[in-house]
Ligand binder design. Structure first.
Ligand code: BES
Ligand code: ZN
Ligand code: ZN
Length: 500
């Protein structure tokens, strides 16, 4: 889909449809709406009179237009209160319209943005671009294609009555595209079932994409992991026939050899059966998505390779399968990690933190300025925050503030949870340095407390994306399935850091 800034006057626009966000306060007193009313042959005034005009966010009014109209159709998409619009809302409205266009097989549209709330237009264009490219992304690779499937060819953005700086908008659109395409790559990886995306295949696809984009890419195999002493990652994978992989991608944006990279670390469990502490059978299939954090890390590096900021970034993903077998690791086992600390395994289903222990220590060795890890780590996170927000837990208030700001700017929601010694005490082991389970309470926090033991003094933040990595149901602005959560926030964070 091409996305472009439209500079033509309304009358000269050519497309299948106009897309016009409609606010609660809208009336025909406004010149533009008078025109839309004319184009709709009085349809808009009728909807207003009968109070049938839908103005709630993401509601759609679909009208056919008269001959006078530059486009044969009008999509009036509800936008709520004008004073509450944000760049991200415009993105969601564009995405809603795009999904509607797909359902109607329309292939081109022009979105008319009325900036009634003094928004940053470049940021608005970026959100429209990102959301519009995420919206039609099909998650149906393993289904027979419909024969008359159409793809949207063009979406243009027209800022009504607002002077814009062309170059800024163009830059925003191309950044939005890089981020959305990366997030869609993360979604494609996450959608893959466990039999297709094994740790090896995950590593192959990540390194192939990384190398194509000019990143340094490496997949460390079990033989090497053994030599290095990555006992935790190897313990989780030992029940599976599929060998573990530590995937490492590096982006060097500074010319200097001693600059500290930002380290991103991801959980890459390509299937989580729970192992010997096996999960109940209901919903177990969803655990093919347990590598979403790893996919986000890989995809973020891909976006960064395209955007080329002057900063160094390293991505580390611990990829493994968690299965029961005669060789599997067991509750009660004591495992020596790469850091040298011993873990007592209480529950083999708390495997994410175990593989992350080694990946985090590997990241610490790279002497990073900070570490951010992403993981579908706990069901407890979903109990706490539902599917609406990721949980953020960390050791460094400033870093967490930066990440929170980045997430707000990016339109991805998260919420902080506390971490202090009380929680650290909950994972003390009787026989080893630490145990991998903290009991029934505060599960999302004790999981993070465990991770903390492996980051040393490096400023660190953990994002538990168990609730946000995939959508259970279709939304007006996105198809159900993997969301690519985190790519937008991480790119925003990295680009902000690069500017500092
Ligand atoms: N991958 C799961 C967490 C998860 C659950 C992600 C549901 C997404 C949806 C993780 O490995 C796990 O099994 N966690 C256990 C931890 C428990 C054994 C302490 C959980 O949350 O039940
Ligand atoms: Zn598990
Ligand atoms: Zn898991």
């Amino acid at each position: 889909m091409r996305i472009e800034l439209e500079l033509k006057a309304l009358e000269e626009i050519k497309a299948d449809t106009l897309i016009v966000p409609i606010f609660k306060e809208d009336s025909l007193e406004e010149g533009l709406l008078q025109k839309i009313n004319e184009y709709s042959g009085g349809g808009l005034s009728l909807l207003l009179e009968t109070e049938e005009l839908k103005t709630k966010k993401k509601e759609i009014n679909y009208l056919y237009a008269t001959k006078e109209s530059p486009t044969p159709r009008l999509i009036l998409v509800g936008a709520g209160e004008a004073s509450k619009t944000t760049p991200h809302l415009f993105g969601q409205l564009a995405a809603t319209a795009v999904r509607f266009m797909v359902s109607k097989k329309l292939t081109s549209g022009v979105m008319l943005v009325r900036n009634l709330n003094n928004l940053d237009l470049a940021l608005t264009a970026r959100h429209i671009t990102e959301c519009s490219l995420l919206a039609p992304h099909e998650q149906n690779k393993y289904q027979k294609k419909e024969e008359n499937d159409v793809q949207i060819e063009q979406l243009s953005i027209s800022f009504h009555n607002s002077p814009v700086e062309n170059s800024l908008i163009k830059e925003a659109i191309s950044r939005g595209r890089a981020v959305a395409e990366a997030a869609n790559f993360a979604r494609d990886l996450t959608l893959e079932p466990g039999n297709k995306l094994t740790p090896k295949e995950f590593a192959r696809r990540a390194t192939e994409m990384g190398i194509a984009l000019g990143l340094e890419a490496q997949a460390i195999d079990e033989e090497e992991l053994k030599k290095m002493g990555m006992g935790a990652l190897l313990a989780v994978s030992q029940g599976s026939e599929e060998p573990a992989q530590l995937i490492v991608l590096r982006y060097r944006g500074t010319k200097s050899n001693d600059s500290q990279p930002i380290a991103l670390v991801g959980k890459g469990i390509t299937f989580d059966s729970g192992g010997i502490s096996i999960k109940p059978r209901e919903g177990m299939w969803e655990m093919k998505n347990d590598m979403a954090g790893g996919a986000t890390v890989i995809a973020t590096l891909c976006a960064i390779a395209n955007l080329k900021p002057e900063i160094d970034v390293i991505g580390v993903v611990a990829a493994s399968e968690n299965l029961p077998s005669g060789k599997a690791y067991k509750p009660g086992d004591v495992i020596k990690t790469y850091s040298g600390k011993n873990i007592e395994i209480i529950d083999t289903d708390a495997e994410g933190r175990v593989v992350l222990a080694d990946a985090l220590h590997y990241a610490v060795e790279q002497k990073p300025s900070c570490i951010i890890d992403l993981a579908t780590l706990t069901g407890a996170c979903i109990i706490a925050l539902g599917n609406h927000r990721a949980a953020m837990i960390g050791t460094d208030e400033n870093l967490m503030k930066e990440i929170r700001q980045a997430s707000e700017q990016a339109g991805e929601k998260l919420w902080p949870l506390p971490l202090n010694k009380d929680y650290q005490d909950m994972i003390k082991s009787d026989i080893a340095d630490i145990k991998n389970l903290g009991g029934r309470y505060a599960g999302a926090i004790t999981a993070a407390a465990f991770l903390r033991a492996f980051v040393g003094d490096t400023p660190w933040t953990h994002l538990d994306i168990a609730g946000t990595a995939w959508l259970e149901e279709n939304q007006p602005e996105m198809a159900k399935g993997p969301t690519g959560y985190g790519v937008r926030t991480l790119v925003e964070f990295i680009l902000c850091r690069a500017k500092k």
